[in-house]
Design a protein around this ligand. Sequence first.
Ligand code: HEM
Length: 490
Amino acid sequence: MSEALDNTAGPLTTESGAPVSSNNQSEAAGVGGPLLIQDQVLLEKLAHFNRERIPERVVHARGAGAYGTFTVTADVSKYTRAAFLSGVGKETETFLRFSTVAGNLGSPDAVRDPRGFALKFYTEEGNYDLVGNNTPVFFIRDTIKFPDFIHTQKRDPYTGSQEPDNVWDFWGLSPESTHQVTWLFGDRGIPASYRNMDGFGSHTYQWVNEAGEVFWVKYHFKTDQGIKCLTQAEADKLAGEDPDSHQRDLRESIERGDYPSWTVYVQVMPEAEAANYRFNPFDLTKVWPQGDYPKIEIGKLELNRNPDNVFAEVEQSIFSPAHFVPGIGPSPDKMLQGRLFSYGDAHRYRVGVNGDHLPVNQPKATTARNGNRDGFHYDGRHGGQKNYEPNSFGGPYETGQPLWKPIEVSGQTGEWETPKHADDNDFVQAGNLYRLMSDDEKERLITNLADSISLVSRDDIVDRAISNFANADEDFGKRLTAAVSERRQK
Ligand code: HEM
């Protein structure tokens, strides 16, 4: 936040600082007469009011945020040279924004939807953003499907409502979504609060150490509050009674000093093991089973400060998967690659080309120094410094040291499918997840899925949706078929 304005008693003023004589009666042409254009207080007030909103996020519009501290608890310098991860006990300031995905701004918190877990580390080498979810996997494995996918989850252009036909048509036609959909309709699909859920980086990222050795990593944030979830019935009630339930819970817990925290782990895969791993390690619809790559604890994240102003710090906060620091970089995951473009583009549209200069977004432990200038709301921070490089007048210069290591590529350019490894298919991990559930959990999963699928109007869409679950596990398919036909006959 920038420094708060003086709020001691004194005259109201216009935006240009002149005292305001009346803030309760507009200026009229005579008693009972029409209003005057010379009433600049009225005109300015109405005009400013009309411009209070900025475009909402096209996804994850609904959210809440808080500041916190990340503390390193284990030495990971053999895996990455990132300075903020070097040295046990090292602390870095953070800002975390939680969100739902499909709902518009103002939609209720207690809904069945993944939760965003967007974390900004204000490191001494620049801001590192980890823009993840509360789920380790995702519905699709190629960026080019994302706009179509989101169109099916948001409101239909004709009816103006979310349509079960669209939702299940997309999932049925995209069998790679089966794992994430099984997760979403299971017990963890509606967290009781933002504090009672885990976070995941989800994608595979590159870590590189001082010696230039590469490791592929996946991040896990395990809640110290314990996982707590809502049933569909509990969520439906809460969403109606208190649409702001998650946001309120987060703010109030921090206000009373009950700071939520997460223990942070990584799974680490040496570079050479990626090529022959049984699953494609860059496929976002798959996890790396922990029997193959166990979790290593690396730190603690605590949230301990509420924003002073929700619009300035939460609505205008921007997070980008492309915000890396030395020692951390992208993997060739086709979802992550697309996200490297998409977020910065969204920010320039939604918050403006100088959005990175806003207090919540600007680096705190280092300074942004480059030749980018001007644009809407530029604050003149560079004074008369040269705006080109190289120059003969001093100032910032390029380092010649890439943040991460290049990766090997081969073959021709083309619209290639994500390569399949030995154990890869669209259903194997969804089936494993189903078989891990207790019978009670399976029953609730089938009920949640059947309640939703039975709202679909067309048999072919219903059949295709169910066949994906049947491909994951025969028992899953049979029970779901029975539950859906029972509901559709009523
Ligand atoms: C290739 C697929 C994806 C595309 C194109 C995409 C695009 C976007 C866009 C445009 C926004 C709005 C950004 C803004 O206005 O500030 C957004 C928000 C977000 N996305 Fe994605 N997304 C994708 C996949 C994912 C995945 C896989 C995850 C999690 C693993 C994710 C997590 C988030 C989160 C947490 C936010 C909210 C960030 C905030 O709190 O400001 N997205 N996404």
